[in-house]
Design a protein around this ligand. Structure first.
Ligand code: FAD
Length: 406
């Protein structure tokens, strides 16, 4: 019997037939007739280059199938077929299943970078990252060196600073990369849980310099639905870890959302919540190297000071290292302020930096923040006589504009 595979498909109901995917695909796997854009299963290598440029997300569809849908079948579709019952990649031979899981991390990253509106590119001066060193079949085993609550005890959200120690195992990371966590146990269908990605919150030389460790900033995800409390699988697992416990880690992942090594580079960072993790790593890298030449400008939003991760340590960082624009949406004595509001207020300063060819802009956090931040950038650019649409395209192509939202 043929082992199941993951087939890349385009949703005909959402696709606006703009041809972006066909133009982007480096190996001509995407084609079209007068009705539909389709992916040729015999050619597609799931490189994911086409995912982020697609303006609608129609391109990001996948089905686990035993027999791939042919081009002729796809040309006929008005909508995507239902998922086939009972098929999973875990039924595939080890090699194939492993490949599919690697794909999973790439797919998650491609989705996280989709808001960029085009192919994500690393800064020209970034170091070359290591990726995919450890897999589900051969994960790195790390030990929990610390797990501290960052948000105040009274705060609604439980965000944690978790330090993982890799002992004598080599696990090289760069600021901006993510790692995969394999939660123990199985899902409701009896399959192993899928890998979740978490941004590294410490610089490349470790949470503790020159110790083989790294840190994460993890929010316990909780949803209340019809009076029932559902806790996220991986985030609860991580937030409940005790010192000394072992964790299975895959990765590292990510080869574009990286920091410039150029000490003259200005870095504008826009984040909410755990989106601060990569910016903590970048800021700490600059602080340790005593690089105060390029400017660091941070826009960071939270509900209250008690819910802003690293609020205390951030306040101690000198203004000559980093300009902090912290804003809060639920302070009882102040009107609501979101990151985009503060960006509007500081519009001239942001535009001044955006004019410089050494400025890099990063946005990280929840998907929901993207539209407000983009509008703020459009407005502040317009007010300064700049065109955000062409500027963002140029910055993206030069590896100076980065979005990672989840
Ligand atoms: P899941 O188990 O996947 O559940 C997802 C949500 O559904 C949860 O809110 C859960 O409460 C809810 N839910 C579960 N069951 C039900 C049900 N039956 N009914 C209704 N709701 C339900 N996260 C961080 O905290 N820090 C990071 O630095 C970070 N970096 C990331 C970087 C990247 C590139 C990406 C893609 C994601 C990142 N994430 C980060 C998000 C992270 O990967 C996880 O998606 C997140 O922690 C939730 O995973 P989970 O397993 O806890 O939740």
């Amino acid at each position: 019997m043929t082992a199941p595979i993951r087939q890349h498909l385009i949703d005909p109901e959402i696709c606006i037939r703009c041809n972006t995917c066909e133009e982007t695909c480096p190996i001509n796997a995407v084609t079209h007739n007068e009705d539909n854009y389709v992916v040729d299963p015999a050619i597609c290598k799931a490189c994911l280059d086409c995912i982020s440029p697609c303006p609608t997300g129609a391109i990001d569809n996948w089905r686990i199938v035993r027999q791939p849908y042919s081009l002729d079948e796809q040309f006929e579709w008005d909508e995507l077929p239902e998922e086939e019952e009972g098929l999973s990649l875990e039924a595939a031979p080890a090699g194939e299943a492993e490949e599919a899981l690697e794909d999973e991390a790439s797919r998650l990253l491609a989705e996280a970078h989709a808001g960029l509106g085009g192919k994500s590119k690393a800064p020209a001066s970034a170091s070359t990252p290591y990726v995919n060193l450890y897999t589900r079949a051969e994960p790195a085993i790390a030990r929990v060196a610390g797990n501290f609550r960052l948000t105040e005890a009274s705060a609604e959200s439980d965000i944690r600073h978790i330090v993982l120690d890799f002992g004598s195992l080599s696990f090289p990371v760069l600021e901006g990369q993510s790692i995969g966590i394999i939660p123990p146990g199985e899902d409701a269908k009896g399959r192993p849980h899928h890998v979740r990605l978490y941004s590294v919150a410490s610089p490349r030389d470790g949470e503790r310099p020159n110790h083989n460790n790294l840190s994460l900033t993890v929010k316990r995800e909780v949803t209340l639905a019809d009076g029932v409390r559902y806790e996220g699988v991986a985030s609860s697992y991580l937030c409940d870890l005790k010192r000394g416990e072992e964790v299975k880690v895959t990765g590292p992942f990510g080869n574009s959302f990286l920091m410039p090594n150029d000490p003259e580079a200005n870095i504008i960072m826009v984040c909410t919540g755990t989106g601060s993790a990569p910016f903590r790593a970048m800021t700490e890298r600059r602080r340790r190297r005593r690089e105060m030449r390029g400017r660091l400008l941070l826009f960071f939003g939270a509900r209250t000071t008690g819910e802003l991760p690293y609020f205390g340590p951030l306040m101690t960082l000198p203004d000559r290292l980093i300009q902090k624009e912290l804003c809060f949406s639920r302070l009882t004595d102040q009107p609501k302020e979101y990151v985009q509001d503060r960006m509007h207020k500081k519009g001239e300063a942001v535009a001044e930096l955006l004019r410089e060819a050494k400025t890099h802009l990063y946005v990280c956090g929840l998907k929901g923040m993207e539209s407000g931040v983009t509008e703020a950038l459009q407005d502040l650019c317009r007010n300064a006589g700049l065109d955000w649409s062409s500027l963002s395209t140029a910055m993206r192509e030069e590896g100076r504009y980065h979005v990672e939202t989840y």
